[in-house]
Design a protein around this ligand. Structure first.
Ligand SMILES: *[C@@H]1O[C@H](CO)[C@@H](O)[C@H](O)[C@H]1NC(C)=O
Ligand SMILES: *[C@@H]1O[C@H](CO)[C@@H](O)[C@H](O)[C@H]1NC(C)=O
Ligand SMILES: *[C@@H]1O[C@H](CO)[C@@H](O)[C@H](O)[C@H]1NC(C)=O
Length: 400
């Protein structure tokens, strides 16, 4: 009896173990989107679920990781219910079609990852997203088709800081116009047939260009003008092989002068950058002023309330004192004097208290605003530094 039980148990165990190894990955993997909070943001993880559609998600999500799924088309209504999204990861899907209004409602979108899809053409509207700072388009093999006759509205409104066009089969770099905030331009792994400094002179904050495996088809002297430009503007550039530039042949290439046109577009970029920064500063000033005003109003209302309470108490007392006054004028004067000075003192201290409360409130509001700002910037920096595709993991995991 006992022995047969053990035999049965052993059998059951071995069967279940076998099943576990076979189906382990499948069984333990989540089949639905999961949610996580990080830095005051709500994130939805739907990565690697073999989904062909974005399921109905909670409202108010600010991060959506939908990478590694089977999404094919982005229509106007695909994302329209999630207008609060700031970080959108759609890498490794099968997206080939993007409607021009697909991101229309995402006015807070900061990071958009469309890497490793099969995008044929990018709608113009992507470049007009008002908050878009990072755009990853790496590994979309047909992207060059849309760049050949790029008819994009310039200047681009998106405040792009990072543009990843690596491995997009581009031969000729598109003319983006002025990109005043661009810092990192990744054009690695493209079969470039030309490289001109004017592709970079419109990016006056450019710090890094990745040209790894992109200039192998170019003759050495064709690189000279761009290399001189990078050196002049302190732009760091990645190459697969720097030795090419350390040759006598490169030294002997004719040294072109930096043209007035290049200088002009660079200066225009600087001017636009200053304007954008000024607009930001004035917006911040406006916020501070309105915060101060709100604080003052709260203080004022508090003061009115204190005075009202005080007056109610006073009126009650006055009624009593009138009776007393009938008894002696002298006493009444004394009472009147102390009353007046007490009221003045109370009004002043009430006003002061109200003002202080308003001021503290204002400081608190400003502090909260700054903390949120700093946290977000730091977080984004971490994600950028790691160069992460699954940036959601970084965003959500570094909560300590
Ligand atoms: C540029 O893109 C390639 C390929 O996606 C990547 O390996 C590389 O790290 C990127 N370069 C930078 C500087 O981020
Ligand atoms: C462009 O500016 C550089 C310095 O930034 C200068 O050396 C060069 O002469 C200028 N070119 C022209 C044509 O003004
Ligand atoms: C992305 O990160 C999340 C959270 O750590 C993880 O669950 C998920 O498997 C990752 N996705 C990919 C494709 O690596």
């Amino acid at each position: 009896m006992i022995r047969s039980f053990f035999i049965w148990l052993g059998l059951a165990l071995s069967v279940s173990c076998k099943e576990l190894t076979d189906l382990e990955a499948l069984a333990s993997a989540p089949t639905r989107c999961t949610y996580e909070h990080a830095y005051d943001m709500l994130g939805a993880h739907c990565g690697g679920l073999r989904l062909t559609k974005i399921p109905s998600l909670r409202g108010g999500i600010e991060i959506l990781d939908f990478s590694d799924n089977k999404l094919q088309e982005l229509h106007a209504d695909t994302l329209s219910s999630y207008s609060s999204i700031k970080f959108l990861y759609l890498a490794e899907n099968q997206i080939y079609m993007i409607d021009k209004d697909a991101f229309a409602s995402l006015s807070y979108l900061q990071t958009l990852d469309l890497s490793k899809n099969v995008i044929l053409a990018l709608p113009d509207s992507i470049f007009q997203l008002p908050s878009l700072r990072k755009l990853y388009l790496s590994g979309n093999p047909l992207l060059h088709m849309s760049f050949k006759d790029l008819t994009i509205t310039k200047p681009i409104q998106a405040p792009l800081e990072l543009l990843d066009l690596s491995d997009c089969k581009i031969n000729k770099l598109p003319d983006w116009g002025i990109l005043p905030k661009m810092v990192l331009y990744n054009i690695s792994h493209n079969p470039l047939t030309t490289l001109e400094p004017q592709h970079f002179s419109t990016m006056c904050k450019l710090a890094k260009v990745d040209l790894t495996k992109s200039i192998d088809n170019l003759k050495l002297c064709e690189l000279k003008a761009t290399v001189i430009w990078f050196q002049e503007k302190n732009v760091y550039f990645h190459l697969s092989d720097y030795n090419r530039l350390n040759t006598r042949e490169f030294d002997n290439c004719p040294k072109p002068e930096i043209s007035a046109t290049l200088n002009a577009s660079y200066h225009l970029c600087e001017k636009v950058y200053t304007q954008v920064q000024n607009a930001k500063t004035s917006r911040r000033t406006w916020l501070t002023i309105s915060g101060g005003l709100a604080g003052f109003l709260v203080g004022f209302v508090l003061l009115l309330y204190i005075m009202h309470r005080h007056n109610v108490a006073q009126t009650k007392r006055t009624a009593k004192e009138k009776t007393a006054a009938a008894a002696g004028v002298k006493t009444a004067t004394a009472v009147q004097n102390t009353k007046t000075s007490r009221r003045t003192w109370l009004t002043i201290s009430g006003g002061l208290a109200g003002f202080l409360v308003g001021f503290v409130l204002l400081l608190y509001i400003m502090h909260r605003h700054n903390v949120a700002q700093t946290k977000r910037t730091a977080k984004e920096k971490t994600a950028a530094a790691a160069g992460v595709k699954n940036a959601t993991a970084v965003l959500l995991n570094d909560v300590s």
